[in-house]
Design a protein. Structure first.
Length: 302
């Protein structure tokens, strides 16, 4: 199976390096300084095995690929980032698009371009940090990718992709209803990142001093998901809170770090998406709206 990964940041760089080390046929798609570093030094990876440079094949565009079976979109959904249509320009005819972005609208954006039958919504879990061009640190937590077909049908290609990820040490599963997992991921990462940025505190403080607010935010995501027709488990909020309790106390989300640094962030793609969906469906999302509006009005987001 031929795999291409769009983006050599935290997730794309780490997944690409692990796949290459496991002997998979993988190519990274990157631009500018990142592409230059990839073609000279490779991906610099820091994890429990130490720091090493992994020379993964890299190209500047999907047009430069001879072929691909799976194209993993591993860019962040940043404000002002490359539009999905441009990201997927040159997609090989037989390729399936596997999504990783922490944005409940991302899979639909890809499906509008290539069709639902060629998109696998997906969820990455783990604490990955992009430390420079083609440089990434894995700082623990789960190392997993859960994904599934749009219509919840069986797919031999999906099962094969999961097996290859598994040989690289990535816990990959084809989920029978990926929409449930996507919204449960949003329930954690969107609320954790949004509240963390709003009060400028790490997870350990959010789950103690701001616990009621964190749980209320999760309940808003739960309500929006159900309004869209996603059949979340009844205990989704309590299980997500329990997951937050198990994560390292010093953890911050990449969205929070980007906002704090004044960089482009996933605020609109994550928190804004919940506000838009809640407004459209008549669901009370006042806490998300407060955080979204408050952070934008700080001048950090346009």
């Amino acid at each position: 199976m031929r795999i291409a990964i769009i983006g050599a940041g935290a997730v794309g760089g780490y997944f690409g390096a692990l796949l290459h080390e496991a002997g998979a046929d993988v190519t990274l798609v990157a631009r500018g300084e990142t592409l230059r570093v990839l073609n000279t030094r490779g991906v610099r990876v820091s994890d429990q095995r130490g720091t090493r440079d992994v020379q993964v094949a890299a190209v500047g565009s999907l047009h430069d690929l001879d072929a691909a079976d799976v194209v993993l979109v591993a860019t962040k959904a940043l404000a002002g980032s490359t539009p999905m249509r441009e990201l997927l320009d040159g997609l090989p005819p037989r390729a399936v698009v596997a999504m990783t972005q922490n944005a409940v609208e991302a899979a639909a954006a890809a499906a509008e371009i290539v069709g639902e039958e060629k998109v696998w919504p997906g969820v990455v879990r783990g604490f990955f940090v992009h430390t420079g061009p083609a440089s990434v640190e894995y700082r623990g937590g789960p190392l997993s990718y859960t994904f599934g077909t749009w219509d919840r049908s069986d797919s031999e290609t999906a099962r094969g992709f999961a097996r290859i990820l598994g040989t690289a040490g990535i816990d990959a599963q084809v989920h029978p209803n990926i929409w449930v997992d996507m919204w449960e991921k949003a329930m954690f990462v969107t609320t954790f990142g949004g509240l963390g940025a709003f009060v400028d505190k790490p997870l350990g403080v959010l789950r103690t001093d701001y616990r009621s607010s964190l749980e209320a935010l999760m309940s808003e995501v739960d309500a929006v998901a159900r309004a869209t027709g996603v059949d979340l488990p009844e205990d989704a909020v309590s299980r997500t809170m329990a997951f937050a309790d198990r994560m390292p106390a010093a953890s911050t989300s990449s969205m929070q770090r980007d906002i704090t640094a004044g960089d482009a962030s996933e605020l609109d793609a994550q928190v804004g998406a919940i506000v838009r969906a809640g407004t459209r469906l008549g669901v009370d999302v006042r806490l998300h709206d407060l955080i979204y509006t408050g952070l934008r009005n700080r001048g950090r987001e346009g």
